[in-house]
Design a protein around this ligand. Structure first.
Ligand code: ZN
Length: 405
């Protein structure tokens, strides 16, 4: 049983802040939520209860190499078969790797995150390793597996007509027996017939599909050279992904396509900036019908802490809108809470209400930089640091618990 009184709760899928007389958790559920009046600002501090965050794009496997790709291009650092990431991951012992992954899942909980969607390399082994770490920490790892090695030669990719070899189909089935879905680095890593096969197999197994698109202009250009169409267009037509990652260089036609599809688009502007790539069109995407989510991308580029990602994304969006009004900070906070529930309907809600799962974070707004906040939602997005996280709770269980004085 967890009980809080006279706190502030961000209530419902619209994340409206209310004074709350009683917030009671029994077992894995919010048993009681007794709300008073709405509350936009405070004078003398309060505890603020927010829905637990979901980080929708991590590569937790390479958190063992912080800043290892400094000075490298996207291709040098991250592309198969010989990018730095893949060479280094192959050297890790199982025990050492598990140690780093588990520590970073604890760190995520320390920073208010209760779950993540991970793009796990290393085939069946990689998915199994993360599953073990998740069981140890209680963090909800939604695992999207990837082939251990690319199943096609460069010549086969160029011809773009081969189906998946039988060994790759067997590997995919084995990955899906453990993982929640499938992902690949880019559309250009597999042939068109292979993408259609993977769509069918993942549909049969009721698993998620994700793909990185338009991270830089080469994604589109290579796809045009290989298949006569850009990577986003091919992804939507052949693979029908549940999640599209990046959209960094999406042009107006591609933005219109994402909007028409009501696509779930995961942004990670800090990782894009860290690689010297353009910033994603956050403002245009906010104005579209796409459902926006946030991630921190590779552990090589960023620690998996969503708090600075919220701040950075909010300020980019404000700059792109070019006025002081848009967006409402709530729009950004939804990208790590209630918008995630739209994608993972059968797994999580992404917001708080009586009778729903007790997935929440308690923030200490009695700290000096928060106690007189004139706009609680803006302060959550721009000022909260890991030191302000008092507790992170998933399904009624503490994933992290600090000192409450
Ligand atoms: Zn990724």
């Amino acid at each position: 049983m967890i009980e809080l009184s006279n706190c502030i709760v961000l209530y419902g899928s619209d994340l409206e802040p209310y004074w709350c007389d009683r917030f009671v958790v029994d077992g894995d559920t919010v048993q009681q939520l007794v709300l008073r009046e709405p509350c936009q600002s405070i004078d003398q501090g309060a505890l603020v209860v927010v829905p637990g965050f979901y980080n929708c794009h991590t590569h937790i496997g390479d958190t063992c190499l912080p800043d290892g790709a400094t000075g490298m291009t996207l291709e040098e650092g991250f592309f198969r078969p010989d990018g730095y990431k893949y060479r280094e991951l192959a050297k890790r012992s199982e025990a050492e790797h598990l140690f780093h992954i588990t520590n970073h899942l604890h760190y995520m909980a320390r920073t208010g995150t209760i779950g993540h969607i991970d793009f796990r390399e290393q085939g069946v082994y990689g998915s199994q390793l993360l599953q073990r770490a998740a069981e140890q920490t209680g963090v909800n790892s939604i695992i999207l597996g990837q082939f251990n090695a690319l199943p096609f030669t460069q010549a086969e990719l160029k011809q773009n007509c081969s189906s998946l070899p039988p060994a790759a189909v067997t590997e995919l089935e084995a990955i899906l027996a453990i993982a929640d879905g499938f992902s690949e680095s880019t559309m250009n890593d597999l042939t068109d017939p292979a993408w259609a096969q993977i769509r069918e197999i993942t549909q049969q197994h009721k698993k998620l599909r994700a793909i990185h698109c338009l991270e830089n202009d080469a994604y589109r250009a290579d796809s045009l050279a290989m298949a006569g169409r850009g990577d986003l267009e091919r992804a939507i037509d052949l693979y029908q992904p549940d999640l599209i990652i990046h959209a960094t260089v999406a042009n107006d036609a591609e933005l219109a396509l994402l909007s028409a599809q009501r696509a779930n688009v995961v942004l990670n502007p800090r990782a894009n900036a860290n690689l010297g790539l353009p910033l994603p069109p956050v403002a245009k995407l906010i104005e579209s019908e796409a459902n926006l989510l946030l991630g921190t991308d590779n552990g090589l580029l960023n620690s998996p802490n969503l708090l600075p990602e919220l701040d950075f994304t909010y300020k980019i969006a404000k700059s792109q809108f070019g006025d002081a009004v848009r967006p409402d900070p709530k729009v950004i906070l939804k990208m790590v809470t209630s918008n995630v529930g739209v994608v993972l309907q059968d797994k999580i809600c992404g917001y708080l209400a009586q009778g729903l799962p007790a997935d929440f974070v308690v923030l200490n707004f009695t700290n000096p930089h928060l106690r007189a906040s004139r706009n609680i939602l803006a302060s959550i997005v721009t000022r909260v640091t890991p030191d302000d996280v008092l507790a992170t709770v998933r399904r009624g269980r503490y994933l992290y618990r600090g000192e409450i004085d």
